[in-house]
Design a protein around this ligand. Structure first.
Ligand SMILES: Cc1cc2nc3c(=O)[nH]c(=O)nc-3n(C[C@H](O)[C@H](O)[C@H](O)COP(=O)(O)O)c2cc1C
Length: 263
C-alpha cells in the first residue's frame, strides 16, 4: 500500500489531530539559540538575505494527482511533513502563520500551532481576549500559512474562523501538560504587563492552588477556533522558480474547483 493510500484510508473519519510525540514534546528553546551562536559568524549571510538562495529540485505537483478535496490533499502533505519532522528535517510542521484583520482592516500575523484537522477544517487554540480573537470577533476572515521550507512547500489557506464548542475545547484542554494549563490561566494574552515578575507570580500562585495532578478547570476566556477553508493553495517549489501552485476554490454549491496559478 502506498503512502497516499494510507492517508486516504484514514481520512476523513479519523482526524489526524495530534502530531507524534517525537516533536510534540515541549521544545528546547534556549539550547537552540546557544548552539546556533556556537557555530560562529555567518560570514555576513545574515546581513544579506538576498544571497540566501536555495535551489529547489522537488518533484512537480499536477492537478491529476491531487485529492478530490483539499483537506484530503492536506492530509497527504501533512503526513509527509510529519515524517520529515520525525526524521529531524523539519521542526513543528503544525506551526502555521495565522493572519487576521481588525474592523478597520489593519492586519496582524503570528505563529500558532494547528492542533487538529478534519473534513471541516483546521483547529487551533488561543486566548479569546487576545488580539487575534478580538479581530476574529469582528471579522472572521483569516489566513493560515504552513511554511514547510525544508520541503520546498507551503500551504496557504483562506477562510473564516469560528469558535469551537465548549466540549471540544475542554477535551483538548485536558490533553495539555499541567504547566500549559496553568499558563493558559496565568496569561492575559496580548495585554501589556508591567514586568516578567508579574507573570511569574501569577503562575506561582496558580501552581500553589492547583498542584501537579490536580484538575485545572478550563479558563472561560480560552478555547479553540475552527477555520473553514474557502481556498487552499498547495505550493511546491520547482527549479528556476517555476514553482507549481494549485489552488482549490470552494464553489457556492460546496464543490471544489482546482486552478493553477503562475508562480
Ligand atoms: C511556534 C509557536 C507556536 C505558538 N502556538 C501558539 C498557539 O497554539 N496558540 C496561541 O495562542 N499562541 C501561540 N503562539 C504565540 C503566538 O505567536 C502569539 O504570540 C500569541 O498567540 C498572541 O498573539 P496575538 O497578540 O496576535 O493574538 C505560538 C508561537 C510560536 C512561535
Amino acid at each position: 500500500m502506498g503512502q497516499d493510500d494510507r492517508v486516504t484510508d484514514r481520512y476523513p473519519d479519523e482526524p489526524a489531530a495530534e502530531p507524534p510525540a517525537a516533536y510534540a514534546a515541549e521544545p528546547e528553546i534556549e539550547p537552540i539559540v546557544e548552539r546556533a551562536a556556537a557555530q560562529g559568524p555567518t560570514e555576513d549571510l545574515a546581513h544579506d538575505p538576498a544571497e540566501m538562495r536555495a535551489h529547489y529540485r522537488a518533484e512537480g505537483l499536477d492537478a491529476s494527482s491531487l485529492a478530490a478535496v483539499p483537506m484530503e490533499q492536506f492530509a497527504r502533505w501533512f503526513e509527509q511533513a510529519a515524517q520529515a519532522a520525525v526524521a529531524g528535517m523539519i521542526y513543528e510542521p503544525n506551526a502555521m502563520v495565522v493572519s487576521t484583520a481588525d474592523a478597520d482592516g489593519l492586519l496582524s500575523s503570528r505563529t500558532v500551532l494547528m492542533k487538529g484537522y478534519d473534513a471541516q477544517g483546521f483547529v487551533f487554540y488561543t486566548n479569546y481576549e487576545s488580539r487575534k480573537a478580538r479581530d476574529l470577533a469582528v471579522n472572521p476572515h483569516i489566513s493560515l500559512l504552513f511554511p514547510w521550507h525544508p520541503m520546498a512547500r507551503q500551504v496557504i489557506v483562506t477562510g473564516t474562523a469560528h469558535r469551537t464548542g465548549r466540549e471540544e475545547t475542554t477535551a483538548y484542554f485536558r490533553t495539555r501538560p499541567h504547566g500549559s494549563r496553568l499558563g493558559a490561566w496565568a496569561s492575559a494574552q496580548s495585554s501589556v504587563i508591567a514586568s516578567r515578575a508579574e507573570l511569574d507570580t501569577a503562575y506561582e500562585q496558580l501552581s500553589a492552588r492547583y498542584p501537579e495532578g490536580s484538575e485545572v478547570p478550563v479558563p472561560p476566556n480560552w478555547g479553540g477556533f475552527r477555520v473553514t477553508p474557502r481556498t487552499v493553495e498547495f505550493w511546491q517549489g520547482r527549479e528556476n522558480r517555476l514553482h507549481d501552485r494549485l489552488r482549490y476554490v470552494a464553489e457556492p454549491d460546496g464543490a471544489w474547483r482546482v486552478e493553477r496559478l503562475s508562480p
